[in-house]
Design a protein around this ligand. Structure first.
Ligand code: URA
Ligand code: SF4
Length: 220
């Protein structure tokens, strides 16, 4: 894919989404501004910005890592295989996906070619940091009662670089981001398990972790 030409306003000093934040603080304004974000190089090889989706005042916010191939094409978060698994787990946990605001720490798909396929590439610390202003705006405007970080990228970005999902999953974490904040595995980690028994067990734990937000949603 050939790189697009530099966008208006893009300069060597542009290092963050901060330079693209809209003056008016609304989700609609932020979504529109994010569509034109060039705060890091990831926009160049992606189809579009994948902003968060969900009710303006959702009590629950789910935060993933970065859109995948399907999300990049659809322009919506968690609509591919990981999204279907997430939907299934939410249903099992008694949570309506439509009641949740679903988003990612990084809003453009990072990938490398493998034959005809576009393989997910982990976003680096610089990209996570550059994109953070969009997530901060989303949290500030939605003001969720509960936040669930899905996977290590989201957990480390929001809860600190030493956060260990394997050890600290499913427990409340002290944070000023929301009254109840927790982390669990990323749904795509379940898709990677080859053994169906392992997958079933992992799903049970994932559903249990998601279910811990229940009381916080009732309070909120
Ligand atoms: N994985 C993520 O972290 N986010 C998505 O939106 C899809 C897959
Ligand atoms: Fe902007 Fe984030 Fe896309 Fe980078 S990944 S261009 S910071 S929206």
């Amino acid at each position: 894919m050939s790189p697009r030409s530099a966008a208006p306003g893009e300069t060597a000093k542009t290092v963050s989404a901060r330079d693209f934040l809209p003056p008016r603080r609304s989700l609609k304004a932020a979504r529109e501004a994010a569509a034109a974000c060039r705060g890091c190089p990831l926009w160049r090889n992606a189809t579009q910005t994948v902003f968060g989706e969900g009710p303006r005042r959702a009590r629950l916010m789910l935060i993933g890592e970065m859109p995948g191939d399907r999300e990049d094409l659809a322009g919506k978060p968690f609509v591919g295989p990981a999204g279907r698994l997430l939907d299934e787990a939410l249903r099992a946990a008694g949570i309506e996906r439509d009641d949740a605001y679903v988003t990612n720490v990084v809003k453009h798909f990072k990938w490398e070619p493998r034959g005809k396929r576009r393989l997910h590439k982990k976003p680096g610390a610089a990209e996570v940091a550059a994109c953070r202003p969009w997530l901060d705006v989303e949290i500030e405007l939605v003001q969720p009662s509960a936040i669930v970080c899905l996977g290590a990228t989201a957990a480390r970005s929001l809860l600190g670089p030493r956060f260990l999902v394997s050890k600290q999953r499913g427990r409340p974490v002290a944070s000023d981001l929301a009254p109840y904040v927790t982390a669990t595995v990323h749904p795509s980690s379940l898709l990677r398990l080859p053994d169906s028994e392992d997958r079933r067990e992992a799903m049970t734990r994932f559903v249990a972790d998601l279910g811990t937000v229940g009381p916080a949603l009732e309070r909120g």
